[in-house]
Ligand binder design. Structure first.
Ligand SMILES: *Cc1c(COP(=O)(O)O)cnc(C)c1O
Length: 388
């Protein structure tokens, strides 16, 4: 019997003719860097979210950085973040010689634990950066209330959470600033890119200035007016702008954001339905007052019910040509955080519990039925083969 070779990568970007046409149009227009398309993308995004201001940059990391600049983070200040996150969330805090205060997460969601936040608030706490793990929003009411009563800012790391909702509010409309990522594997991509939304006009202006050398007014503003060669540097800024080439990809992607969301959601449903009788794995649950973007579909191995380790499970999936990933290696496990702040696994039992058990399965728009079925079949077969 001839077997058809199915290969399922961990991720595939969902790029079609609209994105390609947009890029070609930009290339032919004669204006390549930040300009009219960038402004159009910001405007479309702002409208889509229902945010007051939207500031696009070349990464979510840049957005997080400039959010902390906007709130005037200083050396010696503290920012509370979950340990179960990507390098960016902590890295940006160190730019200021401020201290990332890592806290543990909930086992059920991988999201920051509100009680843990409360315990770590001090006089030096300037901000909390909740991370919506996998696309499921954190407990924003409780976090907002804690922040309000302690005069602390909230900057959401929503790198995974486009589009997601919390109690009927769109992520991007709740906190002081929300930062989205348009990295290649994220739910909307421009190759690289990020967007900060805020309702604070001063902060929006500040971020716009700092993303381009601290110059007042954007490049296209300066150059499009004939003979307008004058500019002033009013602050110590950065080179964080995107190009119109990237923006044209973003404009096309944003138009199909709901379509892409529906496809991821349907894959998640199929996985959850298919795995419900397999006691060896725990599937992700979403709390009933919020919706996930389903950026990730992380399963948790019940390692007491299975005779192989998480890494062996990944190897088995690899043999079946299925790409996976692990989200996240907690920050406290990285040498930098251990050496600089003395963090170690003892302080974060839930993140450790998750880290040893979790596997992110492929979930991306355009995933074919036979690819979804291939994942289901192989995950199920590995569970059956190795169960206790
Ligand atoms: C991807 C990611 C980021 C960084 O996004 P970039 O656009 O690559 O800077 C930040 N936080 C989390 C949780 C991420 O997954």
């Amino acid at each position: 019997m001839a077997e058809i070779m199915i290969k399922v990568p961990f991720h595939k970007p969902y790029i079609a003719e609209e994105e390609i046409a947009g890029v070609v149009d930009t290339l032919k227009s004669g204006w390549l860097t930040m300009g009219p398309k960038t402004q159009q993308f910001e405007e479309a995004f702002r409208n889509h979210i229902g945010a007051k201001y939207a500031v696009v940059m070349n990464s979510c990391t840049a957005c997080l950085h400039l959010s902390l600049r906007a709130l005037d983070l200083k050396e010696g200040d503290e920012v509370i973040i979950p340990t179960f996150t990507f390098a960016s969330t902590g890295g940006v805090i160190t730019y200021f010689k401020a201290t990332p205060i890592l806290v543990d997460v909930e086992r059920e969601t991988g999201n920051i634990n509100v009680d843990q936040i409360e315990r770590k608030i001090t006089k030096r706490t300037k901000a909390i950066i909740p991370v919506h793990f996998g696309g499921q929003p954190c407990d924003m009411d409780e976090i907002s209330e804690l922040a309000r009563s302690n005069h602390i800012a909230v900057i959401e790391d929503a790198a995974h959470a486009l589009p997601a909702t919390y109690k009927d509010m769109k992520i991007g409309t709740i906190s002081d600033v929300t930062c989205f990522s348009f990295y290649a594997t994220k739910t909307l991509t421009t190759g690289e890119g990020g967007m900060a939304t805020t309702r604070n006009s001063e902060w929006a202006e500040n971020m716009k200035r700092l993303r381009l050398h601290g110059i007042s007014g954007d490049a296209w503003d300066r150059y499009s007016r004939e003979g307008a060669w004058f500019y002033e540097v009013v602050d110590a800024g950065y080179k964080y702008n995107i190009t119109d080439i990237q923006a044209s990809i973003g404009i096309a992607q944003l138009k199909k954001i709901d379509e892409m969301m529906a496809m991821r959601s349907s894959i998640a449903e199929k996985y959850t339905q298919a795995f419900k009788d397999y006691k060896e794995i725990i599937t992700p649950t979403v709390k009933n007052d919020r919706s996930s973007s389903w950026h990730l579909y992380p399963i948790i191995l019940d390692i007491d019910r299975i005779r192989i380790t998480r890494n062996q499970f990944i190897d088995e999936l690899n043999k079946a040509n299925i790409g996976t990933s692990v989200h996240f290696i907690p920050l406290h496990r990285h040498p930098f955080y251990h050496k600089s702040y003395g963090y170690n696994p003892n302080g974060f039992p839930n993140a450790e519990w998750l880290y040893g058990r979790t596997i992110s399965l492929p979930i991306y728009p355009g995933m074919k039925e036979e690819e979804i079925y291939h994942v289901i079949e192989n995950v199920s077969a590995i569970c059956s083969k190795w169960k206790n």
